[in-house]
Design a protein around this ligand. Sequence first.
Ligand SMILES: NC(=O)C1=CN([C@@H]2O[C@H](COP(=O)(O)OP(=O)(O)OC[C@H]3O[C@@H](n4cnc5c(N)ncnc54)[C@H](OP(=O)(O)O)[C@@H]3O)[C@@H](O)[C@H]2O)C=CC1
Ligand SMILES: O=C(CO)COP(=O)(O)O
Length: 343
Amino acid sequence: MKVAVLGAGSWGTALAKVLAENDHEVYLWGRNASQIQQINETKINQKYLPDTVLPESIMATTDLATALHEARMILIVVPTSAIRQTMENLNDLLVNESQPIIVHATKGLEQETKLRISEVMEEVLKPELYEALAVLSGPSHAEEVARQDITTVTVASHSLTAAQIVQDVFMNRYFRVYTNTDVIGVELGAALKNIIALGAGLIEELGYGDNAKAALITRGLAEISRLGVRMGADPLTFIGLSGVGDLIVTCTSPHSRNWRAGRLIAQGLAREEIFENVQMVVEGILTCKAAYELAKEHEIEMPITEALYHRLYENASVAESLEALMMREGKQEVSLQKHLEQE
Ligand SMILES: NC(=O)C1=CN([C@@H]2O[C@H](COP(=O)(O)OP(=O)(O)OC[C@H]3O[C@@H](n4cnc5c(N)ncnc54)[C@H](OP(=O)(O)O)[C@@H]3O)[C@@H](O)[C@H]2O)C=CC1
Ligand SMILES: O=C(CO)COP(=O)(O)O
């Protein structure tokens, strides 16, 4: 099958490798001509995945029309901030005879609109141009997938048939794919875990130990689930790969750009300085603002997200934010059931 992978960063490149190893015809689209030329000439994406030699068969291109021509599947792996523009480009270039399945693997919320990725896609894309939308998510660092480490992910779509097609296209001996129909839960788990990972990096840098890490992951999952359920997600999704699975991988690994950014927050760097320093996408910083506003809108308590928002957007001190978090009034632990009863 011809698959167009749009986004030649670390994750787009690693997924293109999986697809090429599964014998698909893979076109990898990126916007940077010298980077694309380098990938074609050396089979290495020097900036984003320098330790990986890519299969010969991957064709990298800056020409979106070439990548899209007769593709049966389109995999979108650009950062959240580029999703809307990318969809507008698809509207101009897709022809409705081919009607591909469009899958995205992006983890964020659009900052201005607070929409999930597939909501932005549905808002922009002409419906007659595609067969179905799906989202691929789960605990999956690009660097590990690229070296064929065992990885499990979830593909969610309102169409189970579409999810099964995507499952078949990606599955192999090191990349196992589960299907799911809870698009809301899978997308929210993916977007919100990046905020908690900022917190994990922050407490690591401050020298806190495993108790603090476990507290953050567990209470992070609680607030993600609270907002998710209010927004229509299935609560069980959050104990799956795209929920707790991705929280664990992102909150405990130096591979995570969000985790690394959290360490820089603790060092006192401001948002722009962090972007400059990490040199790769840090979705959690932008999503933190959208999630903070969504929590207010839905009257959901998200204390970890709030604390990070105050630090990142209102310049609160890290020590004050942590103190405020710990010294809130005492709570009952398991409130999800109570929350469900209120729905
Ligand atoms: N890396 C990982 O392990 C994983 C990442 N993800 C998610 O995948 C998404 C992409 O992340 P990732 O590949 O890691 O990011 P990287 O920072 O590694 O790469 C970002 C890529 O997006 C390109 N890009 C940036 N802005 C635009 C734009 N406006 N139009 C087109 N291309 C653009 C960059 O191009 P340029 O070099 O020209 O700036 C670069 O190729 C994120 O949402 C991330 O959360 C999900 C799972 C795992
Ligand atoms: O989503 C990821 C792993 O599942 C990657 O997280 P980072 O964007 O923090 O690197």
